[in-house]
Design a protein around this ligand. Structure first.
Ligand code: ATP
Ligand code: MG
Length: 706
């Protein structure tokens, strides 16, 4: 590759904070220049884009008004760095080896049964090369789709990178999904190759997987080959017993037999698709969002460096600007000291950005874990944080709440050494302050930075988040952030990161008053914004862009409010807002209030129709030992009183239902629409994204008895 570059996280230090200060106030040109600088200095390009093609954004245009008054818009166009060429896999792996970091561990893999492997960047380079040859052997060429249906194992990352290397478009599917959910994704992408395993380790058992993959492939889809990674067959006899379709199926180890461990990578255009990611399906049928190579990797590299504290401290504790050389050293030290752990399954967008591409493009070491956090016991994550000296622990509120349920007062004092933890992060749902404090106190030793990152599959990387602070410079016990003027507020996604901007507006696009609920829109998108919905540009327009039409604002679909400092609180999906007698209440706020009560471990609140008030809230709760000791009428009474005092009488739930589990998607999000449908005895919509189907049966039974 022709263009040389400085080491990945180094940067021009002329701008003291290395950031655009207030995203809303910068001009379009400054913003575009900002991203161009990030792209040039963080990535290695084979060919740079033409300067006048750094960014193109054509908002939806009104093309017609139908007789019934419905406005027809054109789909928006978003392009970044058009004409530039790069190779994403080279950027994530090979260049680190070329720069002398081949012996650095890229992945600390831990399997559920306890098997461990440390894979260096040099080893990763060889394994990606082999996988790329393997795919080419199967006839996979640039633009083909490859569905990767694997658990969290190194091969999942290796295949993603191998696809990126040759220009095939990967679509990762959660290894626990049913045949039905997999089939939908195989068919929607029109994939040529499906990659899977013989079996998976799940909660101490080996579960067959290949048969599920077989069910998802049929004569109706385009699958030509199924590649099977041997994960659970220890003996020849076990391998023989895996269901097999001759001519179509191939063991991965056979596929790469004798292939070279080097691979000449081609260059791809910045706007070539990198992957298709399906949304979680919390609100309906998942959408296949398309992300492209140059823009996605640029914003991923920058936001990972910004949020995980890899940017150099260019100012010393006493405020003196460090010379470039010292800042570079400081930055390298930070990269060297980082052990990143994003606990998401690799198939979620969270993991694409902050487990696959972000950490690798920035050259840090990271942990990947195959299992569930409670296998064999709920202490697994604690042990692993200590074992690998994890510095960044990035997880989901649902997981924090489960840990909190299991260890209300934290793990046994002194049992684990969490001194390595510098930074905590949360994503996926609003985090209840309760869970925020629990994690920071018990895992973050009361001093770690906490980033509450708000973003979506659509935006490709974080849009709003507090910045991390460097605890070294923050006096013990204060909540000072690295960015002046921003204080940490538990449960607050705070502000847009540099280079993008957001607004909180009403349905007509007018700003809402401080403290009032509105819709969050991204009015200036960054380079990692999804370009379209795969094969369905109309759905892209209709879902996200139609609402604000020619203004060109992306409707994220989440409610939000701003406090007097301008900091943003996410209030959950617009669909999850309950309108009681004209008062708009956020389900998340009611849930957070419920979780603050000692009787409740987790809560899911949903709207149900009510003749008098329009809607009412119904609360589904899982109970602590204190809660279980109460009768159902006592429970209802104490929680009603609690909500009255915490939020107000208007939010008082119509009903409180104690259940064993709250239904959630595979990415840990509460599916409130299913709670409403269950309560109202309506047919259930799409349930293929659920992680705990049995919760639905249990709730239906509880409701039928009540
Ligand atoms: P679907 O769009 O199919 O219903 P989904 O929205 O759950 O699925 P994702 O793109 O994985 O799919 O999730 C993004 C959503 O997760 C956001 O729109 C928001 O509702 C929620 N979310 C993510 N991070 C945060 C956060 N830090 N605070 C509050 N909500 C968050
Ligand atoms: Mg969504």
């Amino acid at each position: 590759m022709g263009v040389s570059m400085s080491y990945c996280s180094s940067f021009s230090y002329s701008d003291p904070r290395n950031q655009v200060q207030n995203p809303a106030d910068v001009s379009d040109q400054e913003r575009i220049d900002f991203w161009a600088r990030q792209a040039r200095e963080r990535l290695s390009w084979g060919k740079l884009w033409d300067e006048d093609k750094t960014h193109e954004f054509i908002p939806p245009r009104l093309v017609d008004v139908r007789e019934d008054g419905v406005q027809e818009f054109s789909v928006p166009t978003i392009k970044w760095f058009e004409g530039g060429q790069l190779n994403v896999a080279y950027n994530c792996v090979d260049r680190h080896v070329e720069q002398g970091f081949g012996d650095k561990v890229a992945l600390f893999f831990e399997g559920e049964p306890g098997d461990r492997e440390a894979i260096t960047y040099a080893q990763l380079q060889r394994r990606v090369a082999q996988a790329a040859h393997g795919l080419e052997r199967l006839g996979v060429v640039k633009g083909d789709r490859v569905v990767v249906y694997l658990p969290v194992i190194p091969e999942t990352i290796i295949f993603a990178l191998a696809c990126a290397r040759i220009g095939a478009i990967h679509s990762l599917v959660f290894g626990g999904f049913s045949a039905e959910a997999l089939k939908f994704r195989v068919e929607d992408t029109g994939a040529k190759v499906l990659i899977t395993t013989d079996g998976q380790n799940r909660r101490g058992k080996v579960v067959p997987v290949k048969s599920i993959a077989d069910e998802a492939c049929s004569s109706e889809n385009n699958i030509e080959h199924v590649v099977v990674v041997n994960r659970t067959s220890a003996t020849e006899q076990e391998r023989q017993s895996v269901p097999w379709c001759l001519g179509r199926d191939v063991w991965y180890h056979d596929l790469i037999e004798g292939v070279p461990d080097t691979h000449d990578y081609p260059l791809h255009d910045a706007e070539d698709p990198l992957f298709i990611i399906y949304t979680s399906g919390t609100t309906g049928q998942p959408k296949g969002l398309v992300h492209t190579m140059g823009g996605y990797l640029t914003q991923t590299a920058y936001s990972h460096a910004l949020l995980y504290d890899l940017l150099p401290d260019i100012v010393d504790a006493d405020g003196v600007l460090r010379p470039d050389e010292l800042a570079t050293r400081n930055n390298r030290q930070k990269v060297a000291d980082t052990v990143h752990w994003c606990t998401a399954d690799l198939a979620w967008v969270t993991a694409h950005t902050y487990e696959i591409y972000g950490p690798l493009v920035n050259g840090v070491s990271q942990v990947i874990f195959e299992g569930t956090p409670d296998t064999p016991t709920f202490e697994r994550h604690f042990e692993m944080i200590e074992r690998y000296g994890v510095t960044n622990y990035y997880t989901a509120p649902t997981l924090i709440r489960s840990l909190m349920g299991a260890f209300p007062h934290g793990p046994e004092p002194g049992k684990y050494d969490f001194s390595s933890v510098r930074l905590l992060g949360s994503v996926g749902e609003s985090i209840n302050p309760q869970a925020w404090y629990w994690l920071r106190e018990h895992i973050g030793s009361g001093r770690a930075s906490f980033i509450d990152t708000w973003w979506q599959s659509e935006t490709g990387s974080t849009i709003c988040s507090p910045r991390p602070h460097d605890p070294q410079f923050a006096p013990e016990g204060t909540f000072e952030q690295g960015t002046p003027g921003i204080a940490v507020k538990p449960g607050c996604a705070t502000r847009a990161i540099p280079g993008v901007s957001v607004r909180v507006v009403d349905e007509h696009g007018e700003p809402v008053q401080t403290g009032a609920q509105g819709f969050i829109v991204v009015d200036k998108v960054g380079p990692s914004m999804a370009r379209t919905v795969w094969k369905n540009p109309q759905r892209y327009l209709d879902s996200y862009w139609r609402h604000y039409g020619e203004r060109g604002w992306f409707l994220a679909g989440d409610g939000a409010k701003q406090d007097e400092d301008g900091d943003i609180y996410i209030l959950g999906r617009i669909d999850d807002v309950i309108n009681i007698s004209g008062h708009r209440l956020s389900t998340i706020e009611i849930e957070s209030a419920l979780v603050r009560h000692e009787a409740v471990v987790e809560a899911g609140v949903c709207p149900v129709e009510d003749e008098l008030t329009g809607h009412q809230a119904v609360a589904f709760v899982t109970l602590s030992d204190e809660g279980k000791a109460l009768s159902s009428s006592e429970l209802r009474k104490v929680l009603e009183l609690h909500i009255r005092s915490e939020i107000g009488p208007i939010a008082k739930p119509k009903d409180v239902v104690a259940v064993a589990e709250i239904p959630k998607t595979r990415s840990g999000k509460i599916t409130r629409r299913l709670l409403s449908q269950l309560y109202e005895r309506k047919p259930l919509g799409d349930t293929s994204s659920l992680q705990n189907d049995e919760a639905l049966r249990d709730i239906a039974q509880v409701l039928s008895c009540s």
